[in-house]
Write a protein of this length. Sequence first.
Length: 254
Amino acid sequence: METNKPVLSVKDLRKTYESTGNRVDALIDVNFDLFQGELLAIMGTSGSGKSTLLNILGAMDSPTTGEVSLNGYYEKNMFKEPAATTYRRNNIGFIFQSFNLLKDLSVEENIALPLILKGLDSNKINTDVARMLELMGLAKWKTHRPVELSGGQQQRVAIGRALITSPPIVLADELTGNLDFNTSADILSILVRMKEEFNQSIVMVTHDAYVATYADRVLFFHDGSIVDEYACSHTEEDMDIILQKFKRIMERVS
């Protein structure tokens, strides 16, 4: 991991929802950097602001106040169309808990979709998709539909689709939430290997301490704010330390 080059910088980020006289502060003065080649885990209790943050980082939602800078540059219109779509297309890959695959498309067609939307020529698309199928271990299933695949295979397709355009930033929302332990470990190992191969920066939202141990760094959220941080050593002690820190957050809730 290259720790001296922020790809994404979040400064004084706030998100407030107001309706019929009620006010909810989903994010409160959030500040952090995401570095090149870093796998950053966002961990917290339900309703702590994790998914709200991910939506803002992907320009799927806009902050009430604050800035998100890409490679040191702040684009004030990045949350408005058409700038938001351009930002997502050029910089962001998404991986979802529910896979979000198109059921009528085959494995190779699902993975190829971002390249087709970018208007690349068919030879380039075919070459890139064939390589990604091999990397994801999906070549044998390239003509299958999502319904014919296991949950782990579907998540491999989702990861392949997210990485096919080589986006500098990947946003993953509870990517192992629907998978069993062994399949989760396999998917997380693939994600780490892909990160190292492509030097991509990944923000991974999770509530699972085991998943967080695969990260380079963990930010702990509570009530919309970062309340703790941990740099993983990738040793057996990571799990205990992360669980201890998360337990202290849970004690605030109870």
